[in-house]
Unconditional design. Structure first.
Length: 504
């Protein structure tokens, strides 16, 4: 289908979608042109996902106009959307793990030979051509099981190209990728743009949005707010439109606060093949950033300190007292809280209520004569909800129903209820919107001012630089630098995170 260069390949106007009495989308609008990469941004709950699901055929709109290639469409299934040339690449694609890469690419439309059996050779050859076209090396004969998230996404893109998709939607595709993997994905995205395809890119990361996208559409509270050329606005402009108010700063770090006594002391921590001879301290009223590339061993060090993983050598001390390794129970008793990297899998019991999640670690303290009432649980959870701005009406809901930002608040509330001496936060703002990010940053700053020691792991360098009093840099399981706030900048941290042994 040919359309004029000025005509959008995909256009949504005033799309409305309700679920019973809940209005998920009030007036969603988007105009995507061929040969462009269009960012769709907004806080969690802004309506982005609902709008994308209308495009993908997951939901049918209640009202509004939806055209593709200038023609009205009304998808009633994902199959109809795919057949029309639309592909959605999710953060974590769903593949058939026990099938080969080539079989996944051609699932449901396998080529057949003259005997009407699957032509596996043709399938392998065509899959190889697709990966070569994308500039990546993936063996079409290997099982999908064990593929990295980055390679899974490339597989989905290859599938989209084989279907000649004209529109690709990338929904938070970089959240679980390393810097190298992000750059590879962006190279592919730009190549697809240059072929004349239209791409919709959803992300909370402004550096990626302004690096990759030419147009930005902002949504808020289920409604379209504005569309801009990326060259005409700043991240601060977009933030203001997203949250409907000025966000003074994403990193409200209070400076000039003198740290207190040493709370955490790590000496010579070693786990062969994972990390080696790791030593550092965290003091009262101090936020220490643990920086490094994905895979450098940061999370593994945190898990070892908390006792989830064990280690071969070294000692961890809390307030000068050695901590028995491999015992999370002892770590909690000593005053350590851990907000893990994967909140859904490791931080929450998603099938139970928000109130129960908030009180999981202090259930024994809340019980009287060995009995814990729902009322006691609710009262305690409500205190945490008020402090972290979690709506009290959500306390009886299952944790899975909450947005990513509210889930993160619940995990934080759970550990704050223990009044920890040391709080370890691993990727505290991954996958949450900019308004909630600012709230989490303010909370961490307030906790540090009140005397808590905080060890923060983050893959977002601006977050590390903006929130840390000191930065510990880890490369391949070893500490390569310890930088004061004044010494730490993008160049010094990245140099320490990437330098070779000879340069160390």
């Amino acid at each position: 289908m040919s359309i004029s260069p000025d005509q959008p390949i995909l256009e949504l106007r005033d799309i409305r979608k309700t679920f019973g009495s809940v209005v998920a989308l009030e007036s969603g609008s988007l105009s995507l042109h061929s040969g462009s990469i269009h960012a769709l941004v907004g806080e969690n709950g802004a309506g982005k996902s609902t709008l994308v699901k209308v495009v993908a055929g997951v939901h049918r709109r209640d009202s509004g106009d939806f055209t593709l290639g200038g023609e009205p469409v009304d998808f009633s299934s994902t199959a109809e959307s795919k057949d029309a040339g639309i592909a959605v690449i999710y953060q974590e694609p769903t593949l058939f793990p026990d099938l080969t890469v080539a079989e996944n690419v051609f699932m449901g439309r396998q080529p057949v030979n003259s005997t009407r059996t699957i032509d596996r050779r043709t399938m392998r050859v065509e899959a190889s051509k697709l990966f070569e076209r994308l500039g990546v090396a993936i063996d079409p004969d290997r099982l999908a099981l064990g593929l990295s998230i980055a390679d899974q996404q490339v597989l989905e893109i290859a599938k989209a190209i084989s279907l000649d998709a004209r529109v690709l939607v990338m929904d938070e595709p970089t959240a679980a990728l390393s810097g190298v993997e992000v750059e590879r994905l962006f190279t592919i995205a730009r190549a697809l743009r240059d072929e004349g395809r239209g791409l919709i890119f959803i992300s909370h990361r402004f550096d990626e949005i302004f690096s990759l996208c030419d147009t930005i559409t902002v949504m808020r509270d289920g409604a379209y707010i504005s569309t801009h050329s990326a060259d005409d606005v700043t991240p601060a402009d977009i933030v203001t439109r997203m949250v409907g108010r000025d966000v003074d700063t994403l990193f409200p770090k209070t400076e000039g606060i003198e740290p207190g006594d040493v709370v955490l002391s790590v000496e010579g921590l070693t786990s062969p093949g994972t990390f080696s001879n790791v030593s550092f301290e965290v003091r009262e009223r101090e936020i220490v950033g643990l920086a490094g590339l994905v895979g450098a061993g940061r999370s593994e060090i945190a898990r070892a300190i908390f006792g989830v993983d064990t280690y071969a050598e070294g000692v961890v001390r809390i307030d000068g007292t050695p901590l028995r390794k491999g015992s999370p129970r002892r770590a909690i008793k000593a005053g350590i809280g851990l907000v893990p990297e994967d909140r859904r899998q490791q931080g929450l019991v998603v099938d139970t209520s928000v109130a129960r999640n908030m009180t999981l670690v202090i259930r024994r303290k809340l019980a009287k004569l060995g009995l814990l009432t729902s009322h006691a649980e609710y009262v305690s959870a409500r205190e945490g909800a008020v402090k972290l701005h979690v709506k009290a009406g959500d306390l009886d809901s299952e944790a899975r129903t909450m947005s990513g930002g509210n889930q993160q608040k619940v995990v934080l509330a759970k550990w704050l209820a223990t009044n920890p001496r040391l709080l370890i936060v691993d990727e505290p703002t991954r996958g949450i919107d900019v308004g909630t990010k600012a709230e989490v940053h303010r909370l961490l700053d307030e906790l540090a001012q009140e005397g808590m020691a905080i060890l923060m792991i983050s893959s977002e360098l601006p977050e590390v630089l903006g929130m840390s009093d000191r930065v510990i840099v880890v490369r391949e399981g070893e500490v390569t630098a310890e930088l004061s706030r004044a010494e730490a900048d993008s160049e010094s941290v990245m140099t320490a995170a990437t330098r070779t042994e000879s340069a160390a």
